[in-house]
Write a protein that binds this ligand. Structure first.
Ligand SMILES: Cc1cc2nc3c(=O)[nH]c(=O)nc-3n(C[C@H](O)[C@H](O)[C@H](O)COP(=O)(O)O)c2cc1C
Length: 191
């Protein structure tokens, strides 16, 4: 029997060059097992501000995001919390995806570089449930990276973090392959 590669699209809600959330996603991409491909999306900063009047206009940056989401078997999201909310970058991207035919049922895992980002994570759960995404709680974790000084290599090589992240990706891949085993709309756990 042959298995096709699982394609996962990773979206960071931070545009900071030294973003811990973006580093986390790049590290996860490197820790993914054979058969799981994780691509960190680079184009969220190029999206225009969401305007429903433009929803039917084929804006290149929007079409690119929608096509990347459509082609992905699952979505990884890591977004900072700003003033107890989801970052504008992430909310804007999700608003462009609200009408996307491919989003309902899409498996989504929520990573975060800060266990303190509880308001943003709860808001993401609410938003994603409203968009009919399938949140995979077993693969959703928050790690204390803020202020750690760990760069992408440091996260990859960290024994404990590496193991936790490998387990999270394995759980996400398993949920993508066996949808009936995944928890739907479960509460977001902070480990
Ligand atoms: C304007 C602003 C508001 C913030 N508000 C919060 C907040 O309400 N709660 C929180 O836990 N962290 C807050 N933070 C800290 C960021 O969430 C934290 O720096 C973030 O995790 C960094 O993510 P990044 O390294 O991926 O950019 C805030 C940071 C900024 C710049």
């Amino acid at each position: 029997m042959t298995f096709r590669t699982i394609s996962i699209l990773a979206l960071s809600g931070s545009l900071r060059a030294a973003s811990y959330n973006t580093r986390l996603l790049h590290a996860v991409a490197r820790l993914a097992p054979a058969g799981v491909d994780i691509a960190v999306y680079q184009g969220l900063g190029a999206l225009p501000l969401f305007n429903p009047d433009l929803a039917l206009t084929e804006l290149p940056a929007v079409v690119a995001l929608q096509q990347a989401v459509a082609a992905a078997d699952g979505i990884l999201i890591a977004s900072p919390e700003y003033a107890h909310g989801v970052s504008g970058v992430m909310k804007n991207a999700l608003d462009w995806l609200v009408g996307s035919e491919q989003f309902p049922g899409k498996p989504v895992a929520l990573l975060n570089a800060s266990p303190r980002a509880t308001h943003a994570q709860a808001a993401l759960v609410e938003i994603l449930n409203t968009m009919s995404a399938r949140i995979v709680s077993q693969a959703s974790i928050a790690l204390p990276l803020l202020g750690s000084g760990l760069d992408q290599d440091g996260i990859v090589q960290h024994a404990t973090l590496g193991t936790i992240l490998r387990d999270a990706i394995a759980a996400f891949a398993a949920a993508i392959q066996t949808p009936e085993c995944a928890l739907i709309g479960a509460a977001f756990p902070v480990k």
